[in-house]
Design a protein around this ligand. Structure first.
Ligand SMILES: [Zn+2]
Ligand SMILES: [Zn+2]
Length: 335
């Protein structure tokens, strides 16, 4: 039902791509991150809650249909439905059914609690295509850590010394999750980068509770902050706007990469690291594959080596997603 092409996963009978890397006729999009949602396609299919984010990213004029989670729609005879992936607001796994066989493409997913998105839902299938961003056994997230408390304590301790706290987080998903976990704690507004403003508004408009924010672009020229929390992308420190920090500030990075000292980001000079990932850790990757009851599994991303080997030890037929490239591409377009 699904093959790999130069533009990514493609459903031949349904004539649609999943998260295509270039322009196509029909793009079924799992979520609005830039490595999954790209410009130029004729028709987009998104979850209802992911749709406003997709429009912020790809423009208001895209031709997009929003489909609620769990509701079936049909493209050229293939039944499709979206199921929550727990990654960011509106992020979906794609379930596809054709001639009695069910495939699920996971997109990016996580199983940790997140007050800013729909929780992951296990979907039974014959074939599961799973992501594996953190697909080695050394990436395991601590359970039940209170990230809101941790970040708030760091901010408060710095504030008492008049030191600003600069927390780096991606503008879509991670920034809102930080604001979500801080919501029960924060009494003061958090300064956000202009890049996050419209995205924050999409979350608020859908009833997600976020800590109060102020946009950095509203500060008067020459203003210098003291003891504030700034939630910004990494490029901020090198921008002119960084002058608002004055002399005294600490930095931290909120990422799954902070879980391991040998990761590419761990030794980048941050004062603090918060292990906050929007992807499943090793245990949750394995658990999700098992809960899908799939007998055949394809693994995406760089983590495929260790995960493919481990799943084979568990008796599953597991392969890297490159095995989905057809052996005889000339014979395509039969449908
Ligand atoms: Zn993503
Ligand atoms: Zn991704």
């Amino acid at each position: 039902m699904i093959i790999m092409t130069k533009k990514g996963l493609y459903c031949e009978p349904g004539h649609f791509h999943i998260d295509p890397s270039g322009a196509v006729d029909h793009a079924v999009v799992t979520h609005a991150h830039s490595d999954h949602a790209r410009c130029g396609s004729q028709n987009y299919y998104s979850t209802v809650s992911g749709l406003p984010l997709l429009k912020v990213r790809l423009g208001k004029k895209i031709n997009v249909r929003g489909i609620p989670f769990g509701e079936k729609f049909n493209l050229n005879g293939v039944d499709i439905s979206f199921h929550p992936a727990g990654h960011i607001l509106g992020s979906a796994q794609v379930r596809m059914e054709w001639r009695g066989e069910v495939w699920v493409a996971s997109g990016d997913y996580k199983r940790e609690p997140d007050p800013t998105c729909e929780p992951f839902e296990s979907v039974t299938c014959d074939v599961f295509i799973t992501e594996a961003t953190f697909g080695t056994p050394s990436y395991v997230w601590e359970r039940d850590q209170n990230l809101g408390q941790q970040i708030y304590d760091w901010w408060s301790a710095n504030a008492q010394r008049g030191v600003n706290s600069v927390l780096f987080a991606y503008s879509l998903g991670k920034a809102q999750r930080v604001l979500g976990v801080l919501q029960p704690f924060a009494q003061r507004a958090i300064y956000c980068h202009a890049a996050a403003r419209e995205l924050n508004e999409c979350y608020l408009a859908q009833g997600i509770s976020l800590a109060p924010t102020l946009c950095l672009s509203t500060l008067a020229p020459g203003a210098v902050l003291r003891g504030e929390l700034l939630l910004v992308p990494q490029a901020f420190l090198k921008s002119e706007q960084a002058s608002v920090l004055g002399e005294k500030f600490e930095t931290a990075f909120a990422s799954g990469w902070m879980a391991k000292a040998s990761s590419p980001y761990y030794n980048s000079g941050y004062d603090r690291g918060f292990v906050m990932s929007d992807h499943a850790d090793w245990n949750d990757l394995v658990r999700s594959v098992r809960e899908s009851h799939a007998q055949r599994v394809y693994v995406q991303h760089r983590g495929h080596g260790a995960l493919v080997r481990h799943l084979r030890e568990l008796g599953l037929r597991a392969f890297p997603d490159s095995d989905l490239f057809p052996k005889y591409p000339d014979q395509l377009a039969l449908f």
